[in-house]
Write a protein that binds this ligand. Structure first.
Ligand SMILES: Cc1cc2nc3c(=O)[nH]c(=O)nc-3n(C[C@H](O)[C@H](O)[C@H](O)COP(=O)(O)O)c2cc1C
Length: 236
């Protein structure tokens, strides 16, 4: 199957449809800084996300500069040591992958590695590429999201909506993102760096910045099932 690629959209979205249509997970960013005011504006709008009983269960940490760099250094150290003693507190994969999820996972992985010229079995290059997660793909801003561990799992839905709001608002500012569950494996390190209480559970990280327009990995457009294949219309 061929990889679909498209020019990196760098404009600021003016419609919701465009923001959704041009959002994609970017994995290479320019160092161009983002002002705290812009980040506050994005997060302020994102706060309008719905949540069960208006619980607003998200906790958000915004990292820049030396604080972001220090977290990167410590996580990369653990990652390069094998990372085996670090485990996510939430399951991020099924116990065993099965179709259609196995095929979809393989496709996105091999498409990305293919674009980057990383061959199957080249573990060293795959390790380096996965490690770029922990550098927030060189973006100036890293976000971390958590929730209180006593809140029910259904609240993760609310947090997903909040994250999507952030990603769409980023597009309205000409910015791009990459949501990153990869960070959850290193929650102990994150907890220390962010002075996060034990009652919080790390759910996701996110990169925020200006996408590098010439980076090949940013041109990848992932495929989706069609509405006809995926949706069951009943009573029509
Ligand atoms: C909750 C969540 C966690 C993700 N974690 C990672 C991650 O750790 N690293 C990464 O490179 N991409 C991550 N992704 C990006 C997915 O691979 C991507 O959304 C998917 O392949 C669809 O591509 P698109 O976002 O470009 O449309 C994550 C996406 C979501 C929604």
């Amino acid at each position: 199957m061929t990889v679909i690629t498209k020019k990196v959209p760098t404009h600021a979205s003016k419609t919701v449809k465009d923001a959704i249509g041009t959002r994609r997970s970017m994995r290479a960013f320019l160092p161009t800084p983002i002002s705290k005011e812009v980040i506050i504006e994005i997060l302020d709008v994102a706060q309008r996300a719905p949540s069960g009983t208006n619980s607003q269960p998200w906790f958000t940490y915004v990292l820049a500069g030396e604080a972001k760099e220090a977290l990167t250094v410590d996580i990369l150290k653990a990652f390069d040591d094998g990372g085996s003693r670090y485990k996510s507190e939430i399951p991020i994969y099924p116990k065993a992958f099965f179709e259609p999820y196995l095929g979809r996972r393989r496709k996105v992985g091999w498409d990305l590695y293919g674009l980057l010229g990383i061959e199957k079995g080249d573990k060293a290059k795959m390790h380096l590429q996965h490690g770029r997660n922990f550098k927030f793909f060189d973006a100036p801003i890293g976000l971390m999201f958590s929730m209180h561990r006593n809140m029910p799992h259904s609240n993760i839905l609310d947090i997903g909506m909040y994250l999507q709001n952030i990603m769409l608002m980023a597009r309205a500012k000409g910015l791009h993102t990459c949501p990153q569950v990869a960070f959850t494996q290193y929650h102990e390190i994150i907890r220390k760096h962010l002075s996060m209480g034990e009652e919080e559970i790390v759910l996701c990280g996110m990169t925020l910045g200006y996408a590098a327009p010439d980076a090949i990995e940013n041109t990848m457009v992932t495929v989706r099932d069609s509405v006809e294949d995926e949706v069951k219309f009943i009573g029509f």
